[in-house]
Design a protein around this ligand. Sequence first.
Ligand code: TXA
Ligand code: MG
Length: 347
Amino acid sequence: MKTLILKINKNKPEKEKIDKAAKVLKNGGTVAFPTETVYGLGANALDKTSIEKIFKAKGRPQDNPLIVHIADTNKLYDLVDDIPKKAKVLMDKFWPGPLTIIFNRNENVPDEVTAGLQTVAIRYPDNLIAKALIKSANLPIAAPSANTSGKPSPTDSKHVLEDLDGKVDIIIDGGLTGVGVESTVLDISGDIPTILRPGGITKEDLLTVFDEVKYDPALKNKDFKPKSPGQKYRHYSPKGEVKIVKGDIGKVIKRINSLTKEYESKNIKVGIMATLETLDKYECENVVSVGSRKDFKTIAANLFKTLRYFDEIGVDIILAEAIDELGIGSAVMNRLTKASGGNIIIT
Ligand code: TXA
Ligand code: MG
């Protein structure tokens, strides 16, 4: 199929362009669009045939459920019968924004969206193009990240084009996404709200409305079955092999330098994911700073694009400095750990 690229002004989305993309969604097609986190690949969440197109374009495993996007909290009632009190508190405080809440679904939601689960993941994205598109389509829109399954999520329409050109009807070019890592997926079915996937809304943010918040133990321990099926897959992986180096920063620098020397002597091309403070400490041609070690937000915004950059220049091994798991740093380390397949070198 021929993919249409539609450039839309992110500050003032042009109505006729939004309506054109919305029409494609209404007619059962697929549209990649920016959200505040990453680009999503959208289709009508109420239509099984439309949903199948998403799985096919991404090469996504069938047992990984999708997030449904809405742009009006009242539309929640089309998808769920009961809105728990905890959800109301969260919606008031964090929607629109990078928080996905797990609800019990009603019969309108097709099995294809939830991979057969009795629950459905819902979020209200905070991006003018996403909001205008969903409103114009007047439909709930299922949208996973708009990358080929397993690749780093796209934070720029050019990443979407790299992965999905010829596989989707429309790619909206709406500039760079802001947050850079995906939404937080939160389970509120138990007594203590549980983070199934760390993301744009941090544990610290959630602790402003709840006394206690925990992480799904499966995030750190392979003996547990993840409640978010997506967490069991290797993910966010560039072609180069990612290795995280963790510990005292002085030791990390030394270790990365010695590993680089060792690999380069064997003609293995190395890329180093460094930070502002350490950028000039490395003896290697391909060093990229993702931001200050103290500025987790900037690091999150730069993470996926840096992994894709290393692919572009064809590095074989990516050595990445670990950062502190504070704030959105937790989401960064979750994505990096997945990208590395758990390959962490402790110094
Ligand atoms: O920021 C985001 O959330 C982006 C943008 C496009 O909105 N979307 C996104 O979707 O990251 P995706 O499909 O790449 O990740 C969805 C995650 C997966 O880990 C999936 O397993 C989990 O949400 N999920 C979906 N439905 C679920 C459910 N009913 N219960 C538990 N986890 C669920
Ligand atoms: Mg994804």
